[in-house]
Design a protein around this ligand. Structure first.
Ligand SMILES: Cc1cc2nc3c(=O)[nH]c(=O)nc-3n(C[C@H](O)[C@H](O)[C@H](O)COP(=O)(O)OP(=O)(O)OC[C@H]3O[C@@H](n4cnc5c(N)ncnc54)[C@H](O)[C@@H]3O)c2cc1C
Length: 568
């Protein structure tokens, strides 16, 4: 069984990776339902949602709930489906077709509902969960404050026990709260006696709870973001979520899943952008021919396809890893959600890797697909213009990408994070030996530079952020490339001749681009460590045969133009 962070030390067997090609009929049906809902129900009203017609948004949230899309992560005993993470991610991915409705959905079903699902008492779940699944009430998550964003535990909101001991009085201000304009249930983090970080379930209508004005945001105009203000707001003791002083566990564990879901949403956005870009490339004529006929445009489509493929492979590989872990648990056991949390927490580094890689992949794909649109991409009314504004925040929330990179590096560089190396018996077809060698070399470079960093910085490593960020970048590229390679190699075992060629082409493009990013990070890391002598060693460990690169790009571009969408 794969362990969290283990990918950097061990080789993975292609049979052990979950890929989109492994989706069940149930997964595919759910994906179709979601995509249809997004395209047919949300697409046509996008402009009204952009104008903040929140009554219409609530109506659509209820319609979405009616399709069962809000009960995926909820336990069966409360009427939920408790489906696997692959299903949960697939639905989130497909909601990217509904533009920024996806954010409202994710905030409700993710950070809005999961704290209750994971930590609620039977009474609390009985009271709120069914209503949340039906979108009769909407959830939101109040962690950030004006003075504490990344430093979430530096929150200043306080909770003071009332004189009769029946409730807590909450005082403080929460900042940038998604869904707050129409939320009915707020999961609020506050410090009991100014010390003990604790989560509370707070109902709308609580005296002393008020909202700031809607923020005027760069993008995500169809979502609600406001301050939530508490002035001695009374919250019954029964509404403490989890234990007093253990709120940090709730905050961070829920964020792990939030980051993972955001990765899935970003994959959907990248696919959506590719569809927009390839369609426009066929339509738009310059110099007497469709712009899709130009190599410059084709290269953008091919590179965007490869980046999307890597991001998608990483998301569903992680879904398989977490589902594998969770399937060992007894969902009827009293400590199910405690063990469930532990299972997910083990993959905290991978959740952060996926968040960073996918949000940056979506940003790059969307930016390049906007470029394909030329000046029209810069004009309001084109979907790609909205996507460009909407995606920017994804590198900021659910933990900024800097904070997530630091998390990746510190988890993998912990002294206790080095389990004994396991010589797995790995099956890859011999035609993939070059890719296998490249990955082994990249992992060896991570271990080498990680060890040098530990030696050089010792106890001061946490303060050497530049080194940690460069190291994290190397690790992120390894996870993404390995996910893409394993998936392509696995798919080729069953693919038709045409598909086989496409999988091999995308694998080459992923390897080429990923290796470039990896080498830039490794060079940065070695430079910071003043270990330039390692550069020839790093280059020698990461060979790649690039024959057929141009043909591979043209092959993928032509297939994308023909399909007018992402082809895998
Ligand atoms: C549209 C939107 C919706 C949001 N929705 C929610 C929500 O529903 N609920 C909620 O609780 N919050 C929400 N947030 C808040 C979001 O999670 C925070 O904005 C984010 O965590 C960053 O915090 P900050 O804005 O205070 O930036 P800061 O923490 O002030 O960071 C500023 C810069 O400093 C860097 N930085 C900070 N600390 C460190 C460090 N230790 N080392 C290195 N670099 C560091 C950051 O990476 C960043 O580049 C939302 C934000 C937006 C914009």
């Amino acid at each position: 069984m794969a362990r969290g962070g283990g990918f950097i030390l061990e080789e993975t067997d292609i049979q052990d990776i979950f890929t989109p090609e492994d989706f069940t009929d149930e997964h595919r049906e759910m994906a179709r339902t979601t995509e249809r809902f997004a395209l047919e129900e949300i697409g046509p009203i996008n402009d009204r949602l952009e104008e903040k017609d929140f009554d219409l948004l609530l109506e659509k949230l209820r319609q979405c709930a009616g399709l069962g899309l809000m009960m995926i992560d909820a336990p069966e005993e409360y009427g939920g489906l408790n489906l696997d993470k692959a299903a949960s991610m697939l639905v989130t991915e497909k909601l990217a077709w509904s533009r920024n409705f996806g954010l409202t959905y994710m905030a409700h079903t993710g950070i809005g509902m999961l704290p209750l699902i994971y930590y609620g008492t039977p009474q609390q779940k009985g009271r709120y969960l069914r209503k949340l699944m039906e979108a009769e009430i909407i959830g939101s998550y109040c962690l950030t404050e004006p003075g504490s964003g990344s430093d979430a535990l530096g929150a200043r909101t306080v909770a003071t026990l009332s004189e009769d001991g029946s409730h807590y009085l909450l005082t403080g201000t929460k900042q940038f709260i998604t869904n707050s304009g129409f939320a009915d249930l707020f999961t609020v983090f506050a410090k009991v006696d100014k010390k003990h970080f604790t989560a509370f379930l707070v109902e709308r209508g609580t005296p002393g709870l008020s909202l700031g004005p809607e923020e005027k945001k760069m993008g995500m105009h169809g979502s609600s973001t406001r301050q939530v203000i508490f002035e001695a707001a009374p919250v019954p003791k029964e509404n403490i979520l989890g234990e007093i002083g253990k709120g940090h566990k709730i905050a961070f564990n829920v964020l792990n899943v939030g980051r993972f879901k955001l990765g899935a949403l970003c994959v959907g956005q990248a696919k959506f952008a590719l569809a927009e870009g390839s369609r426009y490339a066929n339509e738009r004529k310059q110099f007497g021919m469709p712009i899709g006929g130009f190599g410059a445009i084709q290269e953008k489509l091919a590179d965007a396809t490869a980046l999307t493929f890597a991001a998608e492979s990483a998301v569903y590989r992680l879904a398989g890893l977490i589902d594998g872990k969770l399937s060992e648990l007894d969902s009827k056991a009293a400590d199910y959600y405690a063990l469930y949390q532990k299972g997910i927490e083990e993959f905290a580094a991978e959740c952060a890797v996926v968040k960073v890689f996918c949000s940056e992949a979506a940003a790059q794909v969307i930016s390049e697909m906007l470029q394909v649109h030329g000046g029209y991409g810069y004009i309001a009314g084109h979907a790609i213009e909205q996507m460009y504004r909407d995606e920017r925040v994804q590198r900021i929330y659910e933990g900024t990408n800097e904070i997530n990179r630091l998390l990746v590096a510190t988890r993998l560089l912990r002294p206790e994070a080095t389990p004994p190396s396991v010589a797995a018996s790995v099956t890859w077809a011999s035609s993939w030996s070059g890719q296998r060698q490249l990955l082994a070399g990249m992992k060896a470079c991570c271990l080498l530079l990680g060890e040098r960093a530990r030696q050089r910085c010792g106890g001061q490593l946490a303060k050497a952020q530049e080194i940690l960020l460069a190291f994290a970048d190397m690790v992120i590229q390894v996870f993404a490339l390995e996910s893409a390679m394993l998936r392509a190699a696995k798919a080729c075992q069953k693919a038709s001749a045409v598909k086989d060629e496409q999988y091999r082409a995308v694998a080459l493009l992923c390897a080429f681009a990923d290796r470039q990013r990896f080498l830039a990070s490794a060079e940065r890391c070695a430079g910071f460590l003043e270990n330039e002598d390692l550069l020839p060693v790093i280059a020698a460990k990461t060979p790649l045969a690039t024959g057929g690169l141009l043909a591979a790009k043209r092959l993928l571009a032509e297939a994308t133009l023909q399909a007018e969408k992402y082809i895998f």
